[in-house]
Design a protein around this ligand. Structure first.
Ligand SMILES: [Zn+2]
Length: 252
């Protein structure tokens, strides 16, 4: 019954996000699966965390004046951030003995995804000189693996907000809130480390710019360095997995 209501509610939100040009068509379909799972199996409290993640990270580029830069999220981008929280919800449902740990994993993976997107957007808008986390080399804002003071603050705020909502909504204790927050931040850190080291880089065949996207200027870009299969979505998925596992290990 809740699942039916979940499909309807998530369908409404996804439709609205599609109309607001936040999601592509297949991205909206993915959002329905994610949203229906979270609401259908977890109810409104965990759903609130997902909604806050989705709308703050989708709208931050517009709010901070990067409207020209913000692109619709496709299915892979939705799953890279929303897949791990969705798996955690299913784990809580299918294995009630692990429910408490699963909710910690859920909160931690969403705290990671939120902290990471807030770090990127706030870092791009307010960061002075981002530097690569491993070498300290100065790089353009928005480069994977770059860190700045403003971006770090964004990560603290974004993942702290989700952890706090988790404490209110899913009944985490104060210690669990801190654990989920810390696990989320650990995931953000993992994201930066992978982005600075093994994430694939490509070169556009049309404008010759280096890019993190497989497609640039509408044509497939050529692989340049890093692990060919590990693009930005893969890094996000691994980071949220790391946060989820760290969250899972805490219980108290
Ligand atoms: Zn290009």
């Amino acid at each position: 019954m809740n699942l039916v209501l979940g499909v309807l509610l998530a369908g409404g939100v996804a439709w609205g996000a599609y109309r607001m040009r936040l999601l592509t068509r297949d991205g909206a379909l993915g959002a329905v699966v994610v949203g229906a799972s979270v609401f259908g199996l977890g109810g409104w409290q965990p759903s609130l965390l997902m909604v806050v993640f989705f709308f703050t990270s989708s709208l931050l580029p517009r709010v901070l004046g990067r409207s020209g830069q913000s692109e619709r999220r496709n299915l892979w981008q939705v799953l890279a951030n929303g897949g791990m929280p969705t798996l955690a919800v299913w784990l809580a449902f299918l294995a009630p003995a692990f429910a408490e740990r699963a909710w910690l994993a859920y909160t931690a993976s969403l705290a990671c995804a939120t902290g990471d997107t807030w770090a990127t957007e706030i870092g791009i808008r307010y960061g002075r000189q981002p530097r690569l986390i491993l070498t300290g080399a100065p790089v353009p804002p928005g480069t994977s693996g770059a860190v700045s003071l403003a971006g770090t603050l964004g990560a603290l705020l974004g993942s702290g907000l989700i952890g706090g909502l988790g404490a209110l909504g899913t009944g985490l204790s104060a210690a669990q809130f801190l654990w989920a927050w810390g696990a989320g931040l650990a995931g953000v850190m993992l994201d930066s480390l992978l982005g600075a080291s093994v994430q694939a880089r490509f070169v556009c065949q049309r404008c010759q710019k280096r890019t993190e996207s497989r497609v640039h200027c509408g044509v497939p870009a050529e692989w340049h360095s890093g692990w060919r299969w590990l693009d930005n979505n893969g890094v996000n998925a691994l980071a949220t997995l790391g946060a989820a596992l760290t969250g899972f290990m805490g219980r108290f």
